[in-house]
Design a protein around this ligand. Structure first.
Ligand code: G
Ligand code: MN
Length: 388
C-alpha cells in the first residue's frame, strides 16, 4: 500500500500547537485533548503570552479563543499575520457572529469553531491545519532537486494513474420541503483501498499538480447523467477553486459545457484561491456560459463566509458541522436562521448532512427549504430522475 506523505504523525517529531485562552478550564481541556492526539502543546493565557511564545519557536498551528481581555483573538490573529503569514490559526468562540467571522477571515483565520468544543472535531481540525502548515512550508522551502536522491512523488504518480481509471461517481439527492427532488450532488469515489477517502485522492492529485486531470475525469463521468433514458435535471458538481480556471469548462467540446444550464458548480473554499478579484471575474465568465455557482461547506471555516459575500453565489451549502444536533443547540439554530435570511437576499440555501428527523424539524423551523443527508438518501451509484 502506498503511504501518503505528510499525513502520518511522526512520534519522534511531534507537531507543535499553541493554545491561547484566558479561561483556565477550557485551556486545560483543549491542551489535554491535543496532547493525547500526539501533539506537542504549549499554552498561553493571553495574546501577549502567545506572541512571546511564537517569537521563541515555530508552531504548526495556533488555537485561540476570540473573547479575551486585553488583546482579543482577532487582534492576536492580526499580530500573528505580521510575523508569520502562513501558520494556520483556529479561532474558538462562544458567541458565533457573522461580523467577527468576516473580520477574522480578512486576516486569514483557518477555522472557526463554536464552544463548547467537541474533542473529536478539535483533533480533526488541528490535524488538517497541521497538514496545511506542512504543505505550505514544503512549498516555501523546496529541497533543491539536485540534492534529491529520488523525486518525492515517485510511486505516487503511478498510484494516481491507477486511481484515475478507478474513479466512479455516486449521487445524493437534494430534496425540497415537501420531499420533491431539487437536484443531485455528484460525489467522487475511488475503488483503490488506500484512496477510499476522496479527500486523500484530491490531496494526492494536488501534490502532483494533476488536479486538472482528476477534475476532467470526474466531469466526463458526470456528463453521462445527461444522456440516455434516465436524464437528470440539476446536477451539483464539486470543483476545486484552482480547477475553475480550466479552459475545458468553457470549451464547446468540454464534458459539461453543453449542460451548463443544468450544472451547479460547488466551490469548496477549503483551498486558497489566487485572488478574490480573479475569482470573481472567472465566476462571471462561468455564469455567462450558463453555470450556476454554489459555495460549499459554509460554516466550516471563515473562508466560506468571505467568498459567500464576495461571490454572491446562486446556492449556499451549509456545512454539516452546523447541522449536527442543531435541534439541541440554540446557537446553531440562530446562526442558520441568520444565514437563511442572508441567503434570502442573495441565493438559495441547502443544508447538508441531515441525519435525523429532529435535525430536519429544527431546520424547517428556522426556515430551511432544501436539504441533503443520510436521512433522505445516501449517495448511490444510480441516480433516479424522480426519487420522490
Ligand atoms: O464537502 P462536501 O459537502 O462535498 O462532502 C459531502 C460528503 O459528506 C460526501 O462524502 C457524502 O458522502 C457525505 N455525506 C452526505 N450526507 C451525509 C450525512 O447525512 N451525514 C454524514 N456524516 N455525511 C454525509
Ligand atoms: Mn459538496
Amino acid at each position: 500500500m502506498q503511504a501518503l506523505p505528510k499525513v502520518q504523525p511522526d512520534p519522534k517529531f511531534p507537531r507543535r500547537i499553541l493554545i491561547v485562552d484566558d479561561e483556565p478550564e477550557p485551556l486545560r481541556a483543549a491542551a489535554r485533548v491535543l496532547r493525547r492526539a500526539g501533539y506537542d502543546v504549549s499554552t498561553a493565557e493571553d495574546g501577549q503570552g502567545a506572541l512571546t511564545g511564537l517569537s521563541r519557536g515555530r508552531f504548526d498551528a495556533v488555537v485561540s479563543d476570540i473573547s479575551m481581555p486585553g488583546m482579543d483573538g482577532i487582534a492576536l490573529l492580526r499580530s500573528i499575520r505580521d510575523v508569520d503569514p502562513e501558520v494556520p490559526v483556529i479561532l474558538l468562540t462562544g458567541v458565533p457572529a457573522i461580523e467577527t467571522a468576516v473580520q477574522a477571515l480578512d486576516h486569514g483565520a483557518y477555522k472557526y469553531l463554536v464552544k463548547p468544543i467537541n474533542p473529536e472535531q478539535l483533533v480533526d481540525v488541528a490535524a488538517k491545519a497541521v497538514r496545511l502548515a506542512a504543505s505550505r512550508r514544503d512549498e516555501m522551502e523546496p529541497i533543491p532537486s539536485s540534492k534529491r536522491l529520488f523525486h518525492p512523488t515517485d510511486g505516487l504518480s503511478s498510484t494516481l494513474e491507477l486511481a484515475l481509471t478507478n474513479i466512479r461517481l455516486v449521487f445524493q439527492p437534494i430534496v425540497k420541503r415537501d420531499g420533491a427532488l431539487f437536484g443531485h450532488e455528484a460525489l467522487m469515489r475511488c475503488n483503490l483501498p488506500q484512496l477510499v477517502n476522496p479527500e486523500a485522492l484530491i490531496e494526492m492529485a494536488n501534490s502532483l499538480h494533476r488536479l486538472e486531470e482528476l477534475g476532467r475525469t470526474a466531469r466526463r463521468l458526470a456528463s453521462a447523467v445527461f444522456t440516455g433514458k434516465k436524464r437528470l435535471d440539476t446536477l451539483f458538481v464539486n470543483i476545486h477553486p484552482s480547477e475553475l480556471y480550466d479552459g475545458e469548462l468553457l470549451n464547446p467540446n468540454g464534458a459539461l459545457t453543453p449542460h451548463a444550464p443544468n450544472i451547479v458548480l460547488e466551490i469548496t473554499e477549503r483551498a486558497s484561491v489566487r485572488s478574490m478579484g480573479d475569482l470573481q471575474q472567472r465566476v462571471a465568465e462561468l455564469r455567462a456560459a450558463g453555470y450556476r455557482i454554489a459555495i460549499d461547506d459554509l460554516g466550516a471555516g471563515y473562508a466560506g463566509l468571505s467568498s459567500f459575500i464576495q461571490l454572491e453565489p446562486d446556492v449556499v451549502k451549509v456545512d454539516m458541522s452546523l447541522v449536527r444536533d442543531v435541534d439541541q443547540s440554540k446557537k446553531k439554530q440562530r446562526l442558520i436562521e441568520n444565514l437563511v435570511q442572508l441567503c434570502g437576499e442573495m441565493g438559495t440555501l441547502v443544508v447538508e448532512g441531515v441525519e435525523t428527523t429532529a435535525e430536519r424539524d429544527a431546520l424547517f423551523a428556522v426556515g430551511c427549504r432544501l436539504m441533503q443527508g443520510y436521512l433522505f438518501a445516501r449517495p448511490a451509484p444510480n441516480p433516479e430522475p424522480a426519487v420522490f
